[in-house]
Ligand binder design. Structure first.
Ligand code: IMP
Length: 191
């Protein structure tokens, strides 16, 4: 089955291809989509549906979108749906180092460092059918970065299940317990 991954994030695209390895996954560019979809939703699922519907409508192909982020208990669930733009006032948006530095600053002196990654995925077909799924990964926020793999908040996220940060884990290990891995495998089961 051929799907367009409705994301401009090359790291997400790589993970989606690894996790859904039985599917042919086109990038937005492969499918001729060069637009930007505004993420105006208040939940991960709303944003995933917005992106998948827009890319499916523009390309005429089934489109798969992921919306994801980090939710920190002591910050009332922030940065949540604003994870990519958390430090945009201080650093260019979606700049991982700026976001990570801002997160550490906001957690200075905080002992409860529990957090989870959440991922909602939506697959929208040209005939209007849609499938959705969600996945979570639980852990704690480290007080300094560990590891060089992954992307985004991975160096600061210590996975309870892996016993290491997502940036220390190999790709296969991260995908086996990650929010994205769980959401995409649940979606594939529905398919
Ligand atoms: P989105 O494009 O609005 O879904 O942005 C998701 C943001 O959440 C990313 O830019 C990262 O900051 C963060 N994020 C989502 N998934 C991951 C992950 O697997 N590792 C690290 N950061 C992630």
């Amino acid at each position: 089955m051929k799907l367009v991954a409705a994301t401009g994030n090359s790291h997400k695209l790589r993970e989606i291809r690894e996790i859904l390895n039985g599917f042919e996954i086109l990038s937005e560019a492969d499918a001729g989509f060069f637009g930007e979809v505004e993420e105006t939703g208040e939940t991960f699922l709303e944003n995933a549906l917005l992106k998948a519907r827009a890319v499916c409508g523009a390309t005429g192909l089934p489109a798969l979108a992921d919306d994801s982020g980090l939710c920190v208990d002591a910050l009332g669930g922030a940065p949540g749906v604003y994870s990519a733009r958390y430090a945009e006032k201080f650093a260019p948006s979606d700049w991982d180092a700026g976001n990570n530095a801002f997160l550490l600053k906001n957690l200075q002196g905080v002992s409860d460092r529990r957090a989870y990654f959440c991922c909602a995925v939506a697959l929208v077909f040209p005939d209007g059918r849609q499938l959705t799924a969600e996945g979570r990964a639980y852990g704690t926020i480290l007080s300094k970065s560990r590891g060089i793999g992954g992307f985004g908040y991975d160096p600061l996220f210590y996975s309870d299940e892996l016993g290491q940060s997502f940036a220390e884990a190999g790709e296969a290990a991260k995908n086996s317990v990650s929010h994205r891995g769980r959401a995409l495998r649940a979606l594939a089961e529905q398919l």
